[in-house]
Design a protein around this ligand. Structure first.
Ligand code: DX5
Ligand code: ZN
Length: 228
């Protein structure tokens, strides 16, 4: 949807002991959005953070807070994430029994609504909710951990989703194993938002983050132009 790739660093790979500072640093280094991976130890085999932590870092930047909920159930907590300052709230199709209702609830809270699909989930599950969506997050790893290898079969799913959404203003976001090597594959297939955790935060300082973000951006913008 965007003419240029939106880069959304996942703070999952940041130094949690100084999270607010890391958010400020990665924003100065060129992040477009901040991706927040919320895990519950039930839907995914890992636990991260929730609304109070998000609220605590909200005043560190005006950038979009892109909240990826890997929790089941999600509906009882949507209000708390909206109150914490999330701009986009994404739920997993696999984690909610009533996806249509969850998406309506997110928009009713004044947030943009996203749905995420695990690598094995077919894109057909979102066919009838397209008009309720602002973003589709396609997982290119099994959710739960940073630093995993990109699953290439999802590239074909990106193409199919791109053709399904037609002219609707819906972002296609990719999450998992994004690097300067894998970014062009998904950008050429139609993705316009790239989440990257380990590939952005490696190096541990602003100069490294800026270099890492620039490398992903250059690789994906080039592929996007070729695809257009
Ligand atoms: C995985 C998370 C991702 C993860 C990406 O469940 O949703 O956002 O942090 O990390 P990398 O970029 O290291 O694969
Ligand atoms: Zn994520």
């Amino acid at each position: 949807m965007s003419a240029k790739t939106i880069i959304a660093p996942s703070v999952l790979s940041a130094d949690f002991s100084r999270l607010g500072g890391e958010v400020e640093t990665v924003c100065r280094a060129g992040a477009d959005w901040i991706h927040l991976d919320v895990m519950d130890g039930h839907f995914v085999p890992n636990i991260t953070f929730g609304p109070p932590v998000i609220k605590a870092i909200r005043n560190r930047t005006d950038k979009v807070f892109d909240c990826h909920l890997m929790i089941a159930p999600a509906d009882p907590f949507l209000g708390a994430f909206a109150d914490a300052g999330c701009d986009i709230i994404t739920v997993h199709a696999e984690a909610t029994s009533h996806l249509d209702r969850s998406l309506q609830a997110i928009r009713d809270l004044g947030c943009k609504a996203g749905v995420s699909l695990n690598p094995s989930t077919p894109e057909t599950v979102i066919e009838y909710v397209l008009d309720r969506l602002d973003l589709i997050l396609l997982m290119t790893v099994n959710p739960g951990f940073g630093g995993q290898a990109f699953i290439p079969s999802v590239v074909e799913k990106v193409r199919r989703v791109k053709s399904m959404i037609g002219s609707r203003p819906i972002h296609i976001e990719i999450d998992g194993g994004v690097t300067p090597e894998t970014a062009p594959l998904v950008a050429a297939a139609g993705a316009d938002v790239l989440v990257a955790g380990s590939a952005v935060f490696k190096g541990g300082n602003e100069e490294a983050y800026a270099k890492n973000i620039a490398a992903i951006r250059a690789a994906s913008d080039g592929a996007m132009k070729k695809a257009a």
